[in-house]
Each structure stands twice: as C-alpha cells, then as structure tokens.
Design a protein around this ligand. Structure first.
Ligand code: AMP
Ligand code: ZN
Ligand code: FE
Ligand code: FE
Length: 281
C-alpha cells in the first residue's frame, strides 16, 4: 500500500533518526511522499532533500514553528519551503540560539529541585540540532529520574513543574511572512492542540488565520480522533484550504510513520491534491 506523511522530525530537532535514516524507514514502510518538518530549524533539509532524490521519494522541505499569538500558542507548519531563503535562515538561527539558552535555564531550574543532569549530555543528545524538551527528558531518563520520556512529561518540563522554562517563539506574522517569501504553504498543525472549547470557537480563529495568510489545515494528525479529522477536513474544504496529514513522527513515541492514529493510514489523495495545489501555485 502506498503511504504518505507530511509531518515528521529528525535529529536536527528532537527526532531520533537522521534525515537519511528517516527516509530509509519511510521507504521501507511504503511511503512515496514525506515532509520533514523539524521544530524551528531547517538544518536537516539539505541531507533530506539530497537523499530523498536518490531514494525516489517526493520530499517536501518543511519546518514546524511554535507560534505566539494574542490568545495563546500553536504550531504552524511551513510545507515546501525554500530552505536557502536568507530571512528564514536568520530567523531559525535566532530561535536555535534561544533554545540553547533555554536548555541551560531548564537544567538550572531542575538543579534547584535536586535533579542533577549535566548540560553537556543534553548538548550531545541534541547533536547540535535545535534543543527541545525531549532532549532534556531523554537525559533525565538515562539518569533514572523516570522510566520513560512520557513519564518525565507528567512531572517535569511542563508549566508549573520543575524544569519548565517558557520558549522564545516566533511571532505569527513573521512566521507567515517567512514561509510565504520562501515559497511555502502555511498550515495549522494538529489544530486540536489550540485547545478551543468547541468547533465554533475554532472556526472563528480559523477565519482570522486565513485572513492572515494560513492556507492549510493538518486534519489528519496523530493526536486527532477519526471524528476530529473528519471535522477539520470538512472545515478545510469549506474554506478552500489545503488538507494535510502527518504522524508527527519522532521515533521514540508510539507514532507510526504514515498513519494519523496508530492504525489509520493518512489518505493518499491528500498527496495528489497537494501536488495539484503546488502546480497551480
Ligand atoms: P519544545 O519545543 O522544546 O517545547 O518541545 C516540544 C516537544 O516536546 C513536542 O514536539 C513533543 O515532541 C514533546 N512533548 C511535549 N509534550 C509532551 C508530552 N506530554 N509527552 C511527550 N512528549 C511531549
Ligand atoms: Zn518534537
Ligand atoms: Fe507540533
Ligand atoms: Fe511536530
């Protein structure tokens, strides 16, 4: 069966596979198209693009920005970006520097709570990529503070718990502008994570987002139920948006590459429609 996945992470951020390992895995699982969408970085993309060409996989260079806006925060994907764009590169460099500073602060805060992990191990764990909470969590697991990354996130690194430090985020307008200037498609990632109290509230937000330049919705997301996926898809169609889908694959959770719930393949027609959209763009 042919499969696709439009939301994945590599070691350039907090995934555990290198870009070429991820592409090998995608190929072994029957994927014909893949988007690499690391958090706040494009560092994995040169290797991904080069290797995918040889492997015969359609590779969409992407990025996943954590966004601050007036009412909260959410994730915005930029799909099919030109990762050599100078403005984009400057911004991700700035964000990576903030992430490194934040990692030091997180380790310090953990120390205040008698949790002692060496920052050096966090830096090694992140392999010079954009440092995220999962890197800290993995080092904490190695030091016996919990048996899994999932357990760490129950008690640490989240708001109100030891080790939490707010992240410096890119502004919504800047992100939309940079994705647009670099030829990409701005897509709201896993919209359920916006935490709207109902679909009516979400639809109100969505209209604002569309006015600001959002062009797609990730209807098929790992954290969506089938009912949510169907609803977000319906909304995308109502507003003429691109529908995307991805597993948010990192490699160390229970995501399955190419699937949006554990066992549901991301519909292949998304890929054909996306190709159509890009051709007409
Ligand atoms: P950061 O961008 O550094 O704030 O880290 C965000 C990443 O942490 C997400 O993309 C997930 O990979 C991971 N994460 C956040 N919350 C959890 C959780 N409750 N369980 C496991 N992983 C999580
Ligand atoms: Zn992540
Ligand atoms: Fe995300
Ligand atoms: Fe993600």
């Amino acid at each position: 069966m042919k499969k696709i996945d439009l939301h994945t992470h590599t070691r350039a951020s907090d995934g555990i596979y290198s870009p070429h390992e991820l592409i090998d895995l995608a190929k072994d699982n029957g994927l014909i198209a893949l988007a690499v969408t690391d958090h706040d970085t494009v560092d994995g993309l040169p290797e991904a693009v080069g290797y995918a060409a040889g492997a015969g996989i359609r590779l969409y260079p992407g990025v996943e920005f954590s966004i601050d806006y007036d009412a909260g925060s959410f994730h915005l994907l930029g799909l099919n970006i030109d990762y050599t764009h100078a403005g984009l590169r400057n911004e991700v460099k700035r964000l990576a520097d903030f992430r490194e500073e934040r990692a030091y602060k997180m380790v310090e805060d953990l120390k205040k709570h008698d949790i002692d992990i060496p920052i050096e191990e966090v830096l090694i764990m992140s392999a010079e990529g954009a440092i995220g909470r999962p890197h800290i969590a993995r080092v904490m697991v190695n030091h016996g503070y919990a048996s899994s990354v999932r357990d760490i996130f129950q008690n640490f690194l989240v708001k109100g718990k030891p080790g939490y430090v707010k992240k410096e985020r890119i502004g919504f307008d800047t992100a939309i502008a940079l994705i647009g200037e670099s030829g990409g498609i701005p897509v709201i990632a896993h919209p359920v994570s916006l935490g709207c109290s109902d679909y009516v509230e979400f639809e109100g937000l969505l209209r604002q987002f569309i006015n600001s330049g959002v062009m797609g919705i990730e209807a098929y997301a790992a954290m969506h139920t089938a009912e949510q996926a169907a609803h977000y898809r319906m909304l995308a169609e109502k507003y003429g948006l691109v529908v995307t889908g991805g597993s948010d694959f990192h490699g160390d959770k229970d995501e399955v590459i190419g699937n949006f719930m554990k066992e549901s393949p991301i519909p292949i027609e998304i890929y054909y429609k996306l190709e159509d959209f890009i051709t007409r763009q």
